[in-house]
Design a protein around this ligand. Structure first.
Ligand SMILES: N[C@@H](CCC(=O)N[C@@H](CS)C(=O)NCC(=O)O)C(=O)O
Length: 234
């Protein structure tokens, strides 16, 4: 695939939003420089020169290759993981990020629009806050994702950005439940996992298994370091 400009990714290994972009870059076989932003001690140049809201992920695209700490003024600065996924699909049209068929493209975008906030909301409610009714919020969100899946294969049948948008949170959900990590009472993680492993969620679990096995997801996901990070930070 031809790449017309340099790409620098500002990332953090424990961010599901960054994980999306790392999967997409791997999928596109992009040549890029990666720079980790310490979210507990963000360098002042980051908001000033890359992303004014200070969040990761962000990329710079084009312009001369410079040190990540001194991005070239002429490079484009692009933030928001889902915007970056669209951008990468545009500059790598031959990658498997978005299919050429406009109907399939629309279906991928629809899947993303329907699941993005839903899954993130469930993540916060169940794992971070454990607010009242959080079990139900999580199970309902996962059921809605499952309802949108075709009988086999990926979100729109073939692999696309739709799968990249949900993969990081879905694989992280399973990891946290398995290791009983989160703000919920001890033992609740394995209990929910048992429900997910039952017949009600058979299609979703098959889908998550397919995501875990997909090379660009496998190559960008480190279960051991993620589990240890989540253990220390909960
Ligand atoms: N909607 C954004 C969310 C990005 C986001 O919230 N990133 C977090 C890390 S997971 C962050 O940078 N937090 C640091 C901060 O808010 O200062 C996206 O999709 O990229």
């Amino acid at each position: 695939m031809v790449q017309n400009g340099q790409i620098t990714l500002y990332t953090n290994p424990n961010s599901a939003f960054c994980h999306r972009v790392e999967i997409a870059l791997a999928e596109a076989k992009a040549d890029y420089t990666s720079y980790v932003i310490d979210l507990n001690n963000k360098p002042s140049w980051y908001a000033a020169k890359v992303n004014p809201v200070g969040k990761v992920p962000a990329i710079t695209y084009g312009g001369p290759q410079t040190a990540p700490e001194a991005p070239a003024p002429e490079s484009a600065k692009i933030a928001e993981s889902l915007v970056i996924l669209e951008f990468l699909a545009d500059i790598f049209p031959e990658s498997r990020l978005l299919p050429a068929d406009p109907v399939l493209r629309a279906q991928a975008r629809l899947f993303i629009a329907a699941t993005d906030r839903l899954l993130f909301g469930a993540f916060i409610a169940f794992f971070f806050k454990y607010t009242e009714g959080a079990d139900q919020v999580l199970l309902d969100a996962l059921e809605e994702v499952q309802r949108r899946l075709p009988p086999t294969g990926f979100a729109i049948g073939i692999w696309s950005n739709a799968d990249i948008s949900v993969a990081p949170l879905l694989v992280c959900f399973l990891l946290m439940l398995k290791h009983d990590l989160g703000k919920y009472p001890a033992g609740q993680g394995p209990k929910i996992l048992e429900i997910l492993q039952g017949p009600r969620f058979a299609r979703l679990m098959e889908y998550i298994h397919d995501l875990e096995q997909w090379p660009s997801v496998r190559g960008t996901w480190n279960e051991v370091s993620e589990a240890s990070y989540q253990r220390q930070n909960r």
